[in-house]
Design a protein around this ligand. Structure first.
Ligand SMILES: [Mn+2]
Length: 305
């Protein structure tokens, strides 16, 4: 069945340490997101942008920057993503910084609980985003969403969606990781997060990595992809606030997306951290769009299943 994709823009950078991700949704529209996906026979409706508080650009308080604003944005994202799923559509959240994955994935988890589905989250990112107030060097909540979703964080965020933790670490597979803060590293280990870092990809290859990350999914799996654009190597995707060299190549990223598409199980998607202020002639939006096309099954040849 062809999914009906609902584009939901969340134009904010309240969780980031560099401003500009608030312009991400519009850059994807300028790159032609909707008509490009429609060109593959997909049904796409653009629901426009969510509204939320402005970025106050303040220092952290109690280990968190902009906690009230981050909570407000995530509540709004939660409502919109949950509404899309309840109405049978596939939400594609256009960030916005990655703190918004709290609202998005808590909504997906709530939807899965109601339907008895098993949630698998693929977290494509340079960073584990597993910081807490005690561990964070910056207070920027875009470094915390995975910890919050696993129940570690302020009640204003862990409580979004009504059940904390929203999900167990065992539901998550992280891919492309190459930057983890010192204290965060220990916490990732203690929590049992399954991380396929760049060394793993170097040694095993992307094909084996994706086979391992997708192992065990079946007809009852809801596959959620949280795609931080900084997953990609910064040499061809410079338009992100926290670029880290040594990421997947263009071909590795394509294979990653194609193998996700092959499962036929992707049911919700975040595309986060695109920062047009740091981009070069919208090239990062365009390359991310090419990868999104592959996520939805674009392939060079007609393939035998
Ligand atoms: Mn991230």
């Amino acid at each position: 069945m062809t999914p009906h994709i609902r584009l939901i823009g969340a134009p904010t950078d309240v969780g980031a340490g560099t401003r500009g991700a608030s312009m991400g949704p519009e850059a994807f529209r300028v790159a032609g997101l909707q008509p490009t996906l429609e060109g593959h026979g997909l049904r796409v409706t653009d629901w426009g942008n969510i509204n939320g508080p402005a970025n106050p650009w303040q220092a952290p308080v109690g280990g968190y920057r902009h906690l009230a604003e981050v909570a407000a944005w995530n509540h709004a994202v939660h409502q919109e993503v949950h509404a899309a799923l309840s109405e049978g559509e596939m939400p594609m959240l256009l960030g916005g910084d990655h703190c918004l994955a709290i609202g998005s994935i808590s909504a997906v988890a709530r939807h899965c609980r109601r339907l008895g589905k098993t949630l698998r989250v693929l977290w494509l990112d340079a960073h584990t985003d597993f910081n807490t107030d005690a561990l964070t060097p910056t207070g920027n909540t875009h470094g915390m969403p995975v910890a919050v979703l696993c129940g570690h964080g302020p009640a204003e965020l862990t409580g979004i969606g009504g059940v904390s933790p929203a999900l167990q670490p065992s539901a998550i597979r992280q891919i492309g990781i190459r930057s983890v803060d010192a204290g965060e590293k220990r916490f990732v280990r203690e929590s049992g997060l399954e991380v396929f870092d760049m060394r793993y990809i170097d040694e095993m290859g992307m094909r084996h990595t994706m086979q391992a990350a997708l192992a065990g999914i079946d007809d009852s799996t809801h596959l959620h992809v949280s795609f931080d654009v900084d997953f990609l190597d910064a040499s061809f995707a410079p338009g992100v606030g926290t670029a880290v060299k040594g990421g997947p190549t263009y071909r590795e990223a394509q294979l990653c997306m194609e193998m996700i598409a092959d499962t036929g199980r992707m049911a919700s998607l975040d595309v986060m951290e695109l920062n047009p202020a740091l981009d070069v002639r919208n090239a990062t939006a365009e390359v991310a769009l090419e990868l999104i096309e592959s996520l939805f099954g674009k392939s060079t040849l007609m393939r035998r299943s």
